[in-house]
Design a protein around this ligand. Structure first.
Ligand code: PRT
Ligand code: ZN
Length: 283
């Protein structure tokens, strides 16, 4: 059994649960218990505030955790990032009132900056040789300049609309974040093999994301050219058809290239093209 700490509610909760489901780990969190076992995989979930996740993983109360890289960096515990998970993307940026002219990072010299991320901010300011007062605020950081609490803020930005709504502008992107899978090390042999299985499944999910399965009928004379258009994982599958001059060709393509490939295949005589979703690719 391996314990994974995830956010109990908030922005990462749903996507963490969805990601685990995508790799075949189903958790019934409807009863909102503190601890919940997966039905079909040897893991249990520990539901916590995101702030507490790096700490419980570092002290071994949970073997793994799913949390924003921003929290990992801010808390500074000794944990390793095992996988980047590709959701919860955001950045932590410095922002100032829209009307104020920005002259560069030295603008912050002697200023007061409100933030929930004092450690990351201090490291950035130190690296730039800037000395400013850091005002730690845990919520609604964006109202600090209008409320006269600070001259600037250092906060999470995603779409940027919170800044706009508060008459602020982003002037320095300091830290790029996304959800990550963390481990504190010191896993037992059993836990290591469960983690290896999780990583294997995550890799399959990553490979299959954005892929489409293509089937088509093709004149045999166009086969060589079709294979050039459709570089497959190993080589495309070619099946005979009752009509001797034709074959059926199957392959996997990136969704982003789909329509361009379809155009090229039609040009060389492909017919009856079927496009199917790919659920999993196991290499
Ligand atoms: O209760 P708990 O402590 O668990 O949750 P929390 O309130 O501390 O965190 P939560 O649920 O808001 O965010 C969890 C994690 O999601 C963060 O640590 C980030 O890693 C990630 N994340 C991704 C974000 C955002 N996007 C985000 N946009 N976290 C917060 N925001 C907030 C931000 O603070 C600001 O108020 O959204 C606002 C900005 O959004 P835009 O789109 O207007 O720019
Ligand atoms: Zn939090």
């Amino acid at each position: 059994m391996l314990r994974i700490a995830i956010q109990s509610k908030g922005r990462l909760n749903e996507e963490s649960t969805a990601m685990l489901k995508e790799i075949g780990i189903n958790i019934d969190d409807s009863k909102r218990k503190y601890l919940s076992k997966a039905a079909n995989f040897p893991v249990e979930m520990l539901y916590l505030r995101d702030d507490d996740i790096p700490g419980v993983v570092a002290n071994g109360s949970a073997s793994l955790g799913i949390v924003g890289l921003n929290e990992v960096a801010e808390k500074g515990y000794d944990v390793q990032v095992v996988e980047k998970l590709g959701f919860g993307a955001c950045r932590i940026s410095l922002a100032i009132p829209k009307a104020v002219e920005y002259t560069g990072v030295e603008y912050f010299e002697g200023k007061k900056i409100a933030t929930s991320y004092p450690k990351i901010l201090k490291e950035f300011l130190d690296s730039k040789g800037v000395s400013a007062t850091i005002e730690v605020i845990t919520g609604s950081v964006e109202i600090a300049p209008a409320a006269g609490i600070a001259d600037a803020i250092f906060d999470i930005v995603s779409s940027g609309s919170t800044l706009v709504a508060n008459n602020l502008k982003e002037v320095e992107v300091v830290f790029e974040s996304e959800a990550v899978l963390i481990s504190g090390g010191n896993l037992s042999e059993e836990e290591q093999s469960i983690l290896a299985e999780i990583q294997f499944r995550l890799e399959s999910a990553r490979i299959s994301r954005g892929k489409k399965y293509l089937l088509m009928n093709l004149p045999k004379s166009a086969l060589e050219e079709a294979i050039r258009i459709l570089p497959a994982m190993r080589s495309p599958t070619v099946l005979p058809l009752a009509d001797e001059g034709w074959c059926s060709l199957h392959s996997v393509v990136d969704n982003k290239d789909l329509w361009e490939k379809v155009r090229q295949l039609k040009e060389i005589g492909a017919e009856g093209i079927l496009v199917l979703n790919v659920d999993k690719i196991i290499l």
